[in-house]
Design a protein around this ligand. Sequence first.
Ligand code: ZN
Length: 432
Amino acid sequence: MRTWSAPHIPDLQTAGPVPSVFDSRLHEIVKLPEDRESASLYVCGITPYDATHMGHAATYVTFDLLNRAWIDAGYDVSFVQNVTDVDDPLLERAEQTGVSWEALAEEQTDLFRSDMEALNVIPPNHYIGATESVDWIVPWVERMIEDGLAYRASGYTDDDGVEHPDGDVYFDVRAAADTEHEPARWYLGYVSNYSEREMGPLFAERGGDPERPGKKDPFDALLWRAHREGEPSWDGGSLGPGRPGWHIECTVIAERFLGMPYTVQGGGNDLRFPHHEMGAGHAYAMSKNRMAEHYVHTGMVGLDGEKMSKSKGNLVLVSRLRERGVDPSAIRLAILANHYRTDWSWTQELLDESEARIQAWRRVMTADPTDDDTRSSDAVITAVRQALAQDLDAPKALHALDEWVSQVEAGGPAGDRREVARVVEARLGVTL
Ligand code: ZN
């Protein structure tokens, strides 16, 4: 699938430090990658039924910071992202709004690309749609059935009297899990560290179907949904016509384009379970390998202190802010003013502060050079790079830049202003 155009990344003369990032599975900050010249990143993409809201934007900007940290440290980065361009929420929205699911997916994916472009997010090397990956998924699911790690469930009639056919395929979590809980092997809770008691409500909230009759275990995850009347379907070989589940989509795409284990799987905190948990389970079941070496998750973004959600109708959309004429660099700076692991809230005040900040930075960094003594600019450049290398601490990097800007505005030495601007563009992705 087409990606979006790449932002300009200034080439910095010296290599930056290797970053350390909080691994939410290990629950500690780790230096990554160690002892290698390359790094690989898989960031779960959107289901294109609604425009990019601030929570999505914050997640993609966070992993863009990691990507930029690796590039600055001299790593060769492979970056893959999917787009779940067929799934229940997309089909439901298409039906409600009376458009075809294909048209809705295309329109919203286009809007996403233009949001990412405006926010200076480096595009993935491979941007892959679920609909493009069906032929790769089918053999995996067939083999899982052969190996006794997946099974075909019988059809049933739901509470609304709708009949569901035989042939939905489920991942057998109990058959696939390592009961000894060895660190290198997958078990339920391997990624998320949640107890089964904590997993129960989350599984139901986040697209799971614990009550579905015919499953061996409530946590068994859907691998293949047999064709229903009125739903799109693909040739599933021995599985019969249908469409893939969400978790297997990411696992197969990641394996195909990055191999396993790759360096980091990333996404919002709400993907820890079941999405990343099940994806790791599928990977282990099929390859006896780990899916990713490290898991990195971002906090949730609210609006004015409230949870942002489609049902509340309080989504802050990047595209709508852009339509209002808000500078995308100010949006990006507002995101960066919050540490990626915290839950935070979008407010008008935050945007106002970011607009004032970018104006001050532009005044100072784009002004003509005034002195040759680069000690002042060298110090702020080092501070920015070090802050970002320590668990992507963008607020600390912004603070260092603010201090330097205030000193220069008060008549202090500036050093090489243009080099500071280049570092801001290369590392923070903010164009001045
Ligand atoms: Zn995913």
